[in-house]
Design a protein around this ligand. Structure first.
Ligand SMILES: C[S@@+](CC[C@H](N)C(=O)[O-])C[C@H]1O[C@@H](n2cnc3c(N)ncnc32)[C@H](O)[C@@H]1O
Length: 234
């Protein structure tokens, strides 16, 4: 799905697994061919128009969700916050189809999708345009030789810091201790972010507006305790 103007940089190691699992049904193909072009955040358009004008409804601020998976959280936040523009990024086609289905069923006008790697999008967004960003259960890449594929890293946080406004909130959830360590080792020394935790309960308790996600449910089923890390753009 990567278009000509949306290429990842050569040093963007692939951080996601499959892009599709099975052949789409005719309904799903229709969604991809008809709804997606209307709801896609075009990086070309971003260069010519203010971000807020690309949403179908009038919006007061913009939030970004990276790797929305089954779109449970994206759709929950978009439904609960109609004056917020939500940008959802997800390269996995089955997830994009789930988001498109829910957007159409609920008639949501405040969501745009980037059906691909978030990193080219981060480089195209205007500075300080986001007031919240969510990275919920990023692919863990548990094997040592794959750890370099983890999305959260110093260069990734550099790009994210550039597009988050001062005071903006960054929420990262993970159920993998080694990933939490990767996040904290990158974020704590980063001048662009401040970790808000004061006591362990702060990262063991989900956020008050948390609807749960498929991966969180899987973590609980498999006996892993999720961590909910909150940072503020300094
Ligand atoms: C483990 S899943 C979690 C999905 C969902 N957030 C949840 O909690 O159920 C991680 C998701 O991140 C997506 N992902 C990985 N790398 C990404 C990238 N560079 N840009 C956007 N999404 C990415 C994957 O395709 C996958 O769907």
């Amino acid at each position: 799905m990567t278009g000509e103007t949306e290429k990842p940089f050569a040093n963007d190691l692939r951080s996601f697994g499959r892009k599709r699992s099975r052949k789409p049904s005719p309904r799903q193909r229709h969604l991809m061919e008809d709804a997606l072009p209307r709801l896609r955040l075009s990086l070309e358009a971003l260069r010519k128009q203010p971000l807020s004008e690309l949403f179908a409804s009038s919006i007061a601020e913009v939030w970004l969700e990276v790797g929305f998976g089954g779109a449970e959280h994206l759709i929950h936040q978009a439904s609960a916050n109609p004056t917020v523009g939500l940008i959802g990024c997800e390269p996995f086609e089955d997830g994009v189809i789930k988001a498109l289905t829910a957007i159409e069923q609920r008639g949501l006008r405040n969501v745009l999708l980037h059906p691909d790697d978030v990193r080219p999008l981060l480089r195209a967004l205007p500075s300080a345009c986001l007031s919240k960003a969510f990275i919920l259960f990023p692919d863990p890449w548990p094997k040592t030789r794959h750890a370099k594929r983890r999305l959260v890293s110093k260069p990734f946080l550099d790009s994210l810091a550039e597009v988050m406004e001062p005071g903006a909130e960054l929420r990262i959830a993970t159920d993998i201790d080694a990933y939490a360590r990767t996040v904290l080792e990158a974020a704590i020394p980063h001048p662009g972010f401040r970790w808000t935790a004061r006591q362990p309960g702060d990262w063991r308790t989900p956020w008050p507006d948390w609807p749960g996600t498929r991966y969180e449910a899987k973590a609980h089923r498999e006996g892993r305790r999720p961590m909910f890390l909150t940072f503020v753009r300094a």
